[in-house]
Structure formats: C-alpha cells, structure tokens
Design a protein around this ligand. Sequence first.
Ligand SMILES: Nc1ncnc2c1ncn2[C@@H]1O[C@H](COP(=O)(O)OP(=O)(O)OP(=O)(O)O)[C@@H](O)[C@H]1O
Length: 381
Amino acid sequence: MGIEISRLRRRFGTFLALDDVSLSIGDGEFVAVLGPSGSGKSSLLRILAGLDQPDAGSVLRDGRDLLALDARRRGVGLVFQHYALFPHMTVAQNVAFGLRVRPWRVRPKAQAIKATVEDLLRRVELEGFVDRYPSQLSGGQRQRVALARALAIEPRLLLLDEPFGALDAQVRVNLRGWLREFHRSLGITTLFVTHDQDEALEMADRVVVMNRGRIEQIGAPEQVYRQPATPFVSRFIARGQRLPGEVRGQHLHLFGHAWRIENFAAADAHEVAVHVRPEDIVPAPVPGDGLTAQLLNLRHVAGSVRASLRVESWDEPLEAEWSERDWARCASAADDRLHVHLQAVTVFAMDRDGRVRLRSIVYPPYANSSIAVGPWRRIEA
Ligand SMILES: Nc1ncnc2c1ncn2[C@@H]1O[C@H](COP(=O)(O)OP(=O)(O)OP(=O)(O)O)[C@@H](O)[C@H]1O
C-alpha cells in the first residue's frame, strides 16, 4: 500500500514552503525529490520524519494516519547531509544507539545488539571499523555509518536529505551506485532529497521535481528527461533552452520554418514556449543543410564537445553538446560557421494563467517543412 501524501501545505509567515503537495510512494520504492534550493524538499522530509507539522493535508501509511504518530514511533530512519554521528562514540556505539535508547521492555539484549551492529557494518562494508571514532573516518565512511545507524531501528521508511551533499565529486559518484545496490538488497521504501539532477536520474525509480513548494512533475527518470511536463522541468532536468518559436494562425513559426498545427484549441495557447536540449542541436550531416550557426566557443570535456552557438539570427547563445565523433564529422565546417539540425524540440502551450495545457515533442524535418506539429498531450493541472 505504501505512503499516501495528500494536499500538504506548510506556511512560514506569508511564505508557502509547501503548496498543495500530493504524492503516492509504493512499498519498497526509491523516490528522489529533486528541486533547486528553497523549493520545499526538506520541508516535505521534515514533516514525514515528524520534525515538523503541516498546516493542512494528510499522510497515510498503509491507510493509517502517520502524522498522528510521535516522531519516535513512525519507524523512520533519517540521514542528513552533515553527519550527525556522535563524536565521542565509536562506530559500533553510534550504530547501536537507536537500539540502546529503547525502553527496556523492547530493548534487545546486548548480544543481539552486537550481532545487529556487526551485520549492518558488514552491509555498509565497514566491518573492520567497529572501534574507530568518527574523526578517524573519511566523509564517505561517515555517511555509511550514518546509514547503518538509521537502519538499526529497522525503519519502514528511509529519509535521506542530501546524504552525499558534503562529499567530494568522485566519492559522491561511487556512493550513488553503492546506495542503489544497497537499496535493491534491502527493499526499504526510500525518499531521497537532492538538488543534483544526475544523482536523482541515475538512482531513483521515480523522480519528483519540485519548484517553489509545488510538484511540477512525477515520473520515471527517462520520462521527466524526455517528456518534461513544464518549461521549468525542461530547463532544470534537461537543460532545455528557449527558442524564438511562436504560434501565428494555424502555424508554429521557428527559424523561418512554418509547421502546421493540428488539433490545437487557440484558447489553450495564450503563450507558447519552444525548448531544445543541448544534445538535440546536432551538426548537419549534409554540408549546407539545416540552420546556419556561428561557433562562439568550444570546449572538450570528458569525451564530449560542448559548444556555444548563435543559431540563425537568434540573439541568445545556445549550448550544444556532441560526441567527439559527431564533432569530427562536421569539423570540415569553414572557420566558425556550421550548419545544425534541431533533432527534437518541445513545445509547451500555456493558458492565460501561465499553466501548461498542452505539450508536443516535435522532430523537425528539414527537407520537408509541411509536417504537422503534434500529437499534443494534454497536461493535467
Ligand atoms: N523554519 C522556517 N522558518 C521560515 N522559513 C522557512 C523555515 N524552514 C524553511 N523555510 C523556507 O521554506 C523554503 C523551503 O525550504 P526547504 O528547506 O524545504 O527547501 P529545500 O528545497 O530543501 O532547499 P535546500 O536544497 O536549500 O535545502 C525556503 O525558502 C526556506 O527559507
């Protein structure tokens, strides 16, 4: 049955940190909550953990009111960005803490606690570290101890708030794969808060994208990346960049091409936004074909090529990203001029209130510009 979060609202003074947030989390699911700083991610986590109360809304676990339970009785394991390990306790004592402080009637025997600690340290691959103090561990090791400590109480829900936030880039990347595997072996329902797109897309079963206290989209990583529901998701997840597209009459006009628009209620399109991802601006296979582009600068980064371009007469530089192979193919381009194709663009149609009503992903052909734009997908408010 899992967890049913319904219409949560949290206000700080006049500021709405959570605005009507609803989300279902399946049993054993790994969900990432992704959003920029201040979007409400931690506020949501704190309410689930029992560290804060919402002003409105409900949270049910297996049909029961989770918010009515005291934080200690929620069966929630918590890991924060800054290791909250007790510095004066050894690794083993830290991991055992949650069990030792239980009322004596439900406290396991010392031998059982020792066995649990050993088992957990083996799982987090720190079995030789029982007697060390936190100051004698690396950042990544401390976070794994924090995870073992959170798991000692056998939580039904694991809440991770930027657990790798304070670690350096390489350690973060290593721990991603490790945590993903770890979750697979344990199967505990997990909510993982991060502002790092790669981290969320690589690890989670589903991603919840938040912005200004609201959920913009919930979906599988591939889905939020390929089919963003809003211009914000497109920008934040896929580095979508705005193009000078506009709807006039029954056509979408973009860089001198006009595509006929089908099944499109003008009332739904007070405004349109046309976005392109960096990897969808590709060098044209045939010289002279496609849109003209001026190369503003070029960087070679870890096997790919990142270029800033001015396309046609559009003032705003566009970022493109290619493989070295694609770049080699068009490197014959004379001086700083080349031709590019837009392989896919996303068109959002907004109503008068700025709400996205329709979205279409368009694969513009260059030889034939009479293709209709569509199909449109209705975006539910
Ligand atoms: N106790 C509080 N009093 C007043 N405002 C608060 C309080 N807690 C959070 N806020 C505000 O609510 C908004 C959401 O905060 P929250 O910590 O949930 O964001 P976040 O998405 O987790 O950000 P970050 O990635 O920076 O941690 C922020 O603008 C923050 O300043």
